[in-house]
Design a binder for this molecule. Structure first.
Ligand code: PRP
Length: 175
């Protein structure tokens, strides 16, 4: 970890400010409702924890975990739900919270799975959107930050399980 060359991309103060803005927007959009906020493990856990504590509407919390087989840069890469939600989402407002959208394959799959359960509404909030890396068209409804290509760690994001605990988001150099 110490040898990893990295620079701050999004610092903690900027993150806090952006999370506050997202939470305000989500609170306005869901006024009078109680969404089921579904976090995608593991990466989204810190973002989701900060986001829901800044909402001024009530919500229900649940989690999913997904695994992709083979290279995620191959669009035929298979994705499997390895941990499902425990909430019956039929007729509920579902808000999926993800740390990063890259190829778009994970969220395309998850949205399809959730949509089949007939929620009242379904939206996605992504902390970081790497638009240039898309292999399938996917647009999140709420986006914290956009970035070009590059590997990021911190604020829940990892590199080989390292760096999730860092309070800022760093871009990793010379991998
Ligand atoms: C990352 C991220 C998304 C997915 C995005 O998860 O959290 O779930 O990849 O990639 P895609 O748009 O190309 O499908 P990862 O598999 O690294 O698991 P983690 O959240 O446990 O770190």
């Amino acid at each position: 970890m110490e040898e990893m060359k990295k620079e701050v991309l999004f610092g903690r103060d900027l993150i806090a400010k952006r999370v506050e803005e997202l939470a305000a927007q989500i609170s306005r959009d869901y006024r009078g409702r109680e969404p089921v906020v579904v976090g995608v493990m593991k990466g989204a856990f810190i973002f989701m924890a900060d986001l829901i504590r800044r909402l001024d509407i009530p919500c229900v919390v649940d989690f999913v975990r997904l695994r992709s087989y083979g290279s995620s840069s191959v669009s035929s890469g298979r994705i499997e739900l390895t941990k499902d939600v425990e909430t019956d989402v039929a007729g509920r407002d579902v808000l999926i919270v993800e740390d990063i959208v890259d190829t778009g394959l994970t969220l395309t799959y998850l949205v399809e799975v959730m949509r089949a359960r007939k929620p009242a509404s379904l939206k996605v909030c992504a902390f970081i959107d790497k638009r240039l890396r898309r292999e399938v068209p996917f647009e999140a409804d709420y986006v914290g930050f956009t970035m070009d290509d590059g590997f990021v760690i911190g604020y829940g994001l990892d590199f080989n399980e390292q760096g999730r605990f860092l309070p800022d988001v760093f871009i990793v150099r010379d991998l």
